[in-house]
Design a binder for this molecule. Structure first.
Ligand code: ADP
Length: 411
């Protein structure tokens, strides 16, 4: 030790003062045995002031017990190594301020004594730069994050815009479709009217011509037969016109309803009386038998229109020699009327369309008809909180049921 101390004043000093790193050498007791000028300056000590002091004075107080400078560990080793293993190291100046350092430890032995030479670099500048870079990186990341958010917002806005345009396009398409449908309906309506009116009108003309030919008094029954035919066909045309007028009123939202108190039998009698004129050979209508005491508060015209449509259909779509039952089922606050026929029925695959306006099933196309009766019945009844439903089996028959409230008061 002594020899080492003596020699350090020359070669060591020359060498160590020439380099910019701080050099601190400690003995096995961790006492500082020498330090160069760079180390003294770095830690804020006067030359020679550190000699004999414990290494701890160079280490921040909060670390001095746990600081990774386990010098004694190195005393037994010969390999130089860097300290810190990736952790930040700090040095403590005489004025207690701390600063970041990088340190390498080099254990060595001289004249039987072990020492550790610590090479210390003040890395304040580098650390500051690192911090600045880290700060810049953080700012950059924040900027990227902000830009990404802004981009996301733009994408969302764009998507919203696309959606809005698509909606608008759909609406335009929809109104175009409606307009086209309306045009189709108008064309259909015109051809339907011309077609539907042609046959009864020529029937009326024929009957009128024939009636005119029976001039004798004895031919009165023949005249009456033709007059009945004329009456029927005029009624039929009248019904069609009423249906068309109903459609127009429903479409224009101008359907008005009038509530009255009236006996059910009055309407049923009238409808069945008129329907009897349309019956085919040996067809008959079974009158409901329990209705004499029933009084309703409902729209009489709508009830008449509904029953007329359903009973006329039952006659039209049933063959000769079949029965049509009219059954009335009174409930506490509503009334159901069933029209049961033994006719051709409605093909199952077409049943779901039967209330669509102008729809006619394929097994009905040879008969006269417009396909609007059921549609009107449904619209009117539903406007009055009623319903119309049916069950049908092809070639067996159909049952149409209307149900409506019996003591409804108009709002
Ligand atoms: P139209 O009788 O003038 O064709 P409707 O709207 O009254 O029009 O009826 C629509 C369709 O429903 C008819 O064309 C027919 O195919 C079917 N339909 C209605 N009532 C019956 C019934 N009682 N039996 C069989 N088919 C029926």
């Amino acid at each position: 030790m002594k020899v080492f101390e003596e020699k350090k004043g020359n070669i060591f000093r020359i060498l160590s003062e020439a380099i910019s790193e701080g050099i601190v050498i400690v003995n096995a007791k961790q006492e500082i045995v020498t330090s160069n000028e760079a180390a003294d300056n770095m830690f804020g000590y006067a030359p020679g002031e550190l000699l004999g002091q414990n290494l701890k004075v160079l280490i921040p107080r909060k670390y001095s017990d746990t600081h990774p400078v386990q010098v004694s560990e190195y005393l037994g080793k010969n390999d130089p190594r860097k300290m810190g293993h990736g952790r930040d190291l700090y040095g403590r100046r005489k004025d207690e301020s701390t600063f970041p350092v990088e340190a390498g430890l080099n254990p060595f032995e001289i004249y039987g004594n072990r020492y550790v030479m610590a090479l210390v670099t003040d890395i304040t500048v580098r650390k500051n730069q690192e911090n600045q870079i880290a700060e810049l990186n953080t700012q950059l990341e924040q900027k990227i994050e902000m830009r990404t958010q802004a981009l996301k917002r733009s994408i969302n806005e764009l998507e919203e815009e696309v959606r809005k345009r698509k909606d608008a396009e759909d609406k335009i398409k929809e109104s175009l479709r409606k307009e086209r449908e309306l045009n189709d309906l108008k064309t259909k309506f015109l051809s339907l009217v011309s077609h539907e009116f042609k046959t009864p009108l020529s029937g009326i003309l024929t009957s009128a011509t024939l009636a005119g030919k029976y001039t004798e008094t004895a031919q009165q029954d023949k005249r009456e037969k033709h007059l009945r035919t004329i009456q029927n066909k005029v009624k039929y045309l009248n019904n069609i016109l009423n249906d068309f007028l109903s459609i127009e009123r429903i479409e224009a939202g101008k359907a008005t309803y009038k509530f009255d108190t009236f006996p059910l039998s009055k309407v049923v009698n009238e409808v069945i009386y008129n329907a009897n004129m349309l019956l085919k050979e040996d067809q008959k209508i079974n009158y409901p038998n329990n209705i004499e005491d029933i009084t309703l508060n409902f729209d009489e015209k709508i009830l008449e229109l509904s029953l007329t449509n359903l009973i006329n259909n039952a006659i039209k779509y049933s063959p000769e020699a079949t029965t049509i039952d009219v059954v009335v089922i009174p409930e506490e606050e509503s009334l159901s009327i069933k029209i049961i026929d033994q006719g051709r029925g409605i093909p199952e695959k077409e049943q779901k369309f039967i209330f669509n306006r102008y729809f006619r099933a394929e097994n009905a196309l040879l008969d006269q008809g417009t396909g609007i009766g059921l549609n009107i019945v449904k619209s009117h009844l539903e406007s009055l909180d009623g319903t119309v439903t049916f069950e049908s089996e092809e070639n067996k028959g159909s049952t149409f049921t209307i149900t409506f409230p019996t003591n409804k008061t108009i709002e």
